[in-house]
Design a protein around this ligand. Structure first.
Ligand SMILES: NC(=O)c1ccc[n+]([C@@H]2O[C@H](COP(=O)([O-])OP(=O)(O)OC[C@H]3O[C@@H](n4cnc5c(N)ncnc54)[C@H](OP(=O)(O)O)[C@@H]3O)[C@@H](O)[C@H]2O)c1
Length: 288
């Protein structure tokens, strides 16, 4: 698979989002093991979790940290820890009401890093991302806390998520080389992140499109919702989802989409997008 950079680490140009990875529902553990194995076999090496990812709204606050524990145990069972860049995030808090609360206070973010270290079972988090701006905390203060976290040695590199161009520039000015990535929404259905992609390219930051297929509600219907993606896909003999990811990769050499997958077939198909080169004519039609 084609590789791209997150800081000075080379990763497969397609990553794997773990938000919906859970053992509580209809997904047997073996299926999740097979999905991670299929991802690695296809060249996927960037895995994305968050401390707030966990199953079911009904679990409320108890969901916090479940996804981190799950992926740590899967990587250990497969014996592949050293083959992946495992990224996590902090700044969202699951509550008993089923909400995803926000807390970017310094106290919470410091504790979130410590908790993630424990759940992931590592001495240092490879990539820790601030999950989302919190209206209750000025972003400059958040950047100051992220700088403290970056300097603590508890994380190797830091990233931002859901940040706008001004916030990315302000963070980069303070964090320098320890800032390596920005994770924002980007897909055929959500194209307004181009300014953030441009800033990332200018500053040499990886841009990780989240919900790159349109999310749980949109991914399966991508071909019906965006017929031009289906037309290109049919002509190439691939899925519309693969065309969407290849189109995202073509936006900039800093783009590394992180499609979610709970089934091996999904990530195997998505990973092939890294080697699907679209022509200028196809890209112009998809941009249209
Ligand atoms: N930073 C943030 O605020 C934020 C917010 C949302 C998401 N994220 C990140 O982005 C990741 C991906 O987002 P997402 O899961 O919401 O949406 P997504 O990647 O756009 O869509 C995931 C869905 O697409 C299906 N799928 C994957 N590859 C496919 C393929 N090649 N063909 C057909 N269907 C395919 C999956 O099916 P199966 O599951 O059945 O395999 C799943 O239902 C998350 O896991 C998370 O890491 C971050």
């Amino acid at each position: 698979m084609q590789t791209r950079n997150v800081g000075d680490i080379r990763v497969g140009a397609i990553g794997l989002g773990l938000m919906t990875f859970d053992q509580s529902g209809t997904q047997p553990r073996q299926q999740l093991l097979d999905t991670v194995r299929a991802a690695l076999d296809a060249g996927v090496t960037l895995l994305d979790t968050a401390d707030a990812y966990g199953p079911g709204e009904e679990k409320g606050a108890g969901a916090q940290g479940e996804n981190e524990r799950l992926i740590a145990s899967i990587l250990d069972e497969l014996g592949v820890r050293d083959q992946v860049l495992l990224a996590t995030k902090g700044g969202h808090v699951r509550t008993d009401g089923g909400d995803w609360g926000l807390d970017s206070s310094a106290e919470h973010l410091r504790r979130a890093v410590d908790d993630s270290l424990g759940r992931l079972g590592v001495d240092q988090i490879a990539l820790w991302q601030h999950h989302r701006p919190d209206p209750a905390v000025p972003y400059d203060e958040v950047i100051g806390t992220v700088k403290e976290i970056a300097d603590s040695g508890k994380v190797a590199k830091v990233g931002l998520s859901n940040a706008n161009p001004d916030q990315i520039r302000a963070a980069h000015a303070v964090l320098g080389d320890s800032l390596v990535s920005v994770q924002n929404q980007f897909s055929p259905a959500f194209r307004s992140s181009r300014p953030e992609i441009d800033v990332c390219e200018e500053l040499g930051l990886a841009f990780l499109p989240w919900s790159p297929l349109g999310g749980l509600g949109g991914a399966k219907d991508l071909a019906e919702t965006f017929p031009v993606f289906a037309e290109v896909a049919t002509a190439r003999g691939v899925s519309a989802q693969q065309v969407a990811l290849a189109w995202e990769l073509a936006q900039s050499p800093v783009v590394i989409p992180i499609p979610g997958a709970k089934r091996p077939q999904s990530i195997t198909d998505s990973a092939a997008a890294a080697d699907l080169e679209l022509s200028a004519d196809e890209l112009a039609r998809l941009d249209g």
